[in-house]
Design a protein around this ligand. Structure first.
Ligand SMILES: Cc1cc2nc3c(=O)[nH]c(=O)nc-3n(C[C@H](O)[C@H](O)[C@H](O)COP(=O)(O)OP(=O)(O)OC[C@H]3O[C@@H](n4cnc5c(N)ncnc54)[C@H](O)[C@@H]3O)c2cc1C
Length: 631
């Protein structure tokens, strides 16, 4: 079968505008409005975004921007010039503003640090948050779509609250912001695509597998039958190896516990499948991208123990039973992911930017971005501002940043919390000791992508009976329908005729020749940065044409908008069995890296070496508590 042309995929409509969005225009408010328009021409039957924007919607409202988002153009270039090229910057303008606290990074951790600073140093403390993106929340971003006439929300990064291990601090923090995860769970009718009659499913695409085939009620983690395996379009030898593996009697039962632990923690899962499962190469490859979402890694980065613990097959070789996927996992979720939590924090810190916002209406509230950096307010949040230097001084700290106009400015404060990525900190604080700098640089974040595609309706998916599909041969390893969230005051009719966001989710496969984990992560990051919005759009259109076309989806008509959220610096680095030693208590890089440095303390989820929202909050709490002696 011939690959569909760009014209058949509907790529021909909006090239000029799309290119415009991709460039520096995104960073500029008015031009970003054009970004919102980029795909609305395909929305022939619905209200166009221009109508919405001309009404109540401010032209530069960040959540409505489509095109390339996440780490968008204009947000990271200065930081890259500093960290990658060692750029020297001109002298900043003289200090004109002084604060009690300057926070670098307005993600969950930076916002939480402002909250804890107010608790510790008093509610009148003067706080400035500096953030390099055009929106607050860090990874916790929201995507708003108005192309279908009313607002459709989707997540732009951080998905949910996973709260089985909340500390007392985090429990108190949630309560202080009116968040009740138990209640939210009751308001959710969403289970990551486990609801439709034929889900889960796997789609084998023509380009990779030579045939386009959707295999339904299919999940590599479950015990596959020979009927399931017969449908997998790989070699006969590959299918035979899968049959032997899934049907295998236990043959590793006589391993001692120590033997099993040593072997499984020192071999990658793909090597385990090859050596102990007897799988052929094409069968092993089915698993490669399975953990692009949850772990943000290619399967070869995981040890066999980590993968089996995650539920992938292998335990049966040791005589253990197959576990059922019951989704008992306790997550609570807003319709914009954890962006609503960031919004609750901003509403509490800067009530003038979002009066009357509560946990009951946070998802549907409109924030006044022009009030975030209001002169005279106790707390100010300055967007589009990249910090390039933080220095201890006799009075506290001075912080240099590139302002939205491009001018370099210097501000001072008694304290600073660095809630940004740890790998940039050595470049911000060159006077720091080399051991601390080396520890901070140990953090190499995992690249992630989350591409939201606004579909005119979900009729084709409904016809196929699926709401989530794994795509082992494609750029995004998985997609799921995002609906059924009734939290934060958001309601949408539960009808297949309604516009809905389809989330394409995952990471980017590292180059084959990248062996160690850091090379894999850096290689994936570069690949991600090299992809243009057009590459993503073509990919998404190709997948939807191949997967849903047979069920009546018109690829050139039924896509209303696309927002790519790319996160070259995604999940915080977590220690992995294959790549990291067991550190003695207090000697792990994150523990050395996060130590107080003069009047500077260090937060961010990186400080907990664990990519979770509750960790970002706990680390903000610890960082501010590091200043206790100064109260
Ligand atoms: C796609 C994705 C999905 C995720 N899903 C989940 C989930 O479901 N549940 C969960 O618990 N966690 C999830 N996470 C992990 C997420 O990282 C944390 O939950 C949390 O949001 C981290 O917050 P943070 O404030 O520590 O870091 P960040 O969100 O990274 O915030 C740091 C901020 O500092 C800014 N910054 C960096 N350098 C500078 C500078 N020089 N000047 C100014 N600003 C700077 C950054 O741009 C960023 O905005 C996800 C992460 C990603 C990427």
């Amino acid at each position: 079968m011939k690959k569909p042309s760009d014209k058949q995929l509907g790529m021909h409509h909006t090239i000029t505008r799309r290119d415009f969005v991709q460039g520096a225009a995104v960073a500029i408010g008015a031009a970003a409005q054009a970004g919102t328009l980029s795909l609305s021409q395909t929305a022939t039957a619905s209200a166009s975004v221009s109508e919405v924007a001309q009404g109540a919607m401010p032209a530069d409202y960040p959540p409505i921007k489509t095109g390339m988002r996440g780490s968008h153009s204009g947000a990271y270039e200065i930081a890259h010039a500093l960290a990658r090229e060692g750029a020297e910057f001109p002298k900043p303008e003289p200090i004109q503003e002084h604060y009690d606290l300057i926070v670098v990074g307005a993600g969950i951790s930076g916002l939480a640090a402002a909250h804890y600073y107010q608790q510790q140093f008093g509610p009148d403390a003067k706080i400035l948050l500096l953030e390099n993106h055009d929106d607050f929340g860090g990874h916790a971003k929201r995507n708003e779509f108005h192309q279908s006439g009313d607002m459709v929300l989707s997540l732009g990064g951080t998905h949910n609250l996973e709260w089985w291990s909340f500390s007392d601090n985090v429990e108190a923090f949630m309560a202080a912001h009116g968040v009740d995860p138990e209640l939210m769970r009751k308001q959710m009718d969403f289970a990551y695509g486990r609801d439709a009659p034929n889900s889960p499913a796997m789609w084998f695409d023509q380009e990779t597998y030579g045939v386009s085939r959707l295999v339904t009620n299919f999940n590599l983690s479950a015990k596959l039958t020979s009927d399931d395996i017969d449908k997998i379009p790989i070699s006969d030898a590959g299918r035979a190896s899968l049959n032997r593996f899934y049907g295998s009697a236990p043959h590793l039962e006589d391993w001692t516990e120590a033997e099993a632990e040593d072997t499984l923690s020192s071999i990658s899962y793909p090597d385990f499948l090859r050596q102990y499962g007897g799988l052929t190469e094409d069968a092993v490859q089915l698993f490669n991208k399975e953990e692009h979402g949850s772990w943000g890694l290619e399967m070869r980065a995981l040890s066999a123990a980590e993968a089996i613990w995650e539920g992938y097959p292998g335990a049966h070789l040791f005589g253990e039973g197959w576990s059922e996927d019951s989704f008992g996992y306790p997550v609570a979720m807003w319709p914009d992911g954890n962006a609503s939590l960031a919004r609750l924090m901003v509403a509490k810190l800067m009530p003038h930017s979002a009066p009357d916002v509560t946990a009951d209406n946070v998802a549907i509230a409109r924030f006044d971005y022009s009030a975030l950096d209001q002169k005279g307010a106790d707390v100010r949040l300055r967007l589009n501002s990249t910090v390039i230097g933080v220095e201890n001084t006799d009075e506290g700290v001075s912080v240099t940043y590139a302002s939205p106009s491009g001018a370099l400015k210097k501000v001072s404060a008694r304290h600073s919390v660095l809630a940004c990525y740890h790998s940039i900190i050595p470049h911000l604080c060159p006077a720091m000791a080399d051991t601390q700098k080396a520890a901070l640089k140990y953090q190499v974040k995992f690249p992630m992508i989350l591409t939201n595609v606004l579909l005119r309706n979900s009729e084709a998916l409904d016809k196929l009976g699926v709401d989530a599909v794994a795509c082992p041969g494609r750029l995004h390893a998985r997609l799921f329908l995002f609906k059924g969230l009734h939290t934060g005051g958001y309601e949408r009719p539960d009808s297949v005729e309604e516009a809905v966001s389809l989330v394409f989710w995952g990471s980017i496969s590292p180059p084959e020749n990248a062996i160690d984990l850091r090379s894999q992560l850096r290689g994936s990051r570069q690949k991600l940065l090299d992809l243009s919005f057009e590459d993503f759009e073509r990919e998404v259109r190709t997948v939807l044409d191949g997967l849903l076309g047979p069920a009546g989806f018109e690829v050139s008509e039924d896509i209303l908008a696309i927002t790519v959220n790319r996160w070259p610096h995604g999940y915080s680095y977590e220690y992995m069995q294959l790549w990291d030693p067991e550190w003695a208590p207090g000697e792990a890089p994150h523990e050395i890296g996060r130590q107080r440095f003069g009047s500077i303390v260090i937060a961010n989820a990186d400080a907990g070496a664990s990519a979770y929202t509750h960790v970002a909050i706990d680390q903000a709490h610890r960082a501010v508590a590091d200043l206790l002696d100064d109260t």
